[in-house]
Ligand binder design. Sequence first.
Ligand SMILES: NC(=O)CC[C@H](N)C(=O)O
Length: 226
Amino acid sequence: MIGIVVFPGSNCEFDVESAFRELGEVSKFVSHRERELGDYKAIIIPGGFSYGDYLRSGAIARFSPIMDAVSRYADNGGKVVGICNGFQVLTEAGLLPGALQRNAGLKFVCGEVKVRVGTTRSALTNLMAEGEEFSLPINHFEGNYTADRATLEDLEEHHQVVLRYVQNPNGSANDIAGITNREGNVVGLMPHPERAGLGFGLPGYARRMLGSVVAIDSVSAVKSAH
Ligand SMILES: NC(=O)CC[C@H](N)C(=O)O
């Protein structure tokens, strides 16, 4: 069972549910009001406009009751993947380093963008090949990843860049489209793998990407697989 956290303003929860259903995985929606998480294979924080993106995207959602449970779940090695607004929530919550600021040029970007797998040592890429390239949908206003120089160096040194844009659509530092924490169990990315194929069936790379989330049981397995 996959847990999908839903905030007021989330709007990609059904896309995530249907993508995992295509992989044979059942999901349950988890309200932002909950204080405990049950036994899930993984927790997904989906895209959308939680709390209307007021203040900063993800800045209010991170104070929801459920987020303490998500932090504990991650601390215990549970797999947590934040997609788009979910990535923003994870950085605001301090589960991932850095921040997502407004796109360069202050433009909302919507379309497909080519990305490259940076590391396979993560809950989202363990079935992928390093250097593999494919296109994924993007749809955001605040996807411009930023961090101080030491954090960026640290991310590169420890191979925590999960996905990089081949052509940077938003001004992200180091062309970063997605990162993982040091342990590999918490991942955030701006593109939407669950929307790949636009409802006509997930392409193979998207199946392997979302399949990675359920392919292994624990963080130690992420580590030992590589
Ligand atoms: N698709 C999304 O999740 C969008 C995230 C956020 N509302 C933004 O525009 O940056």
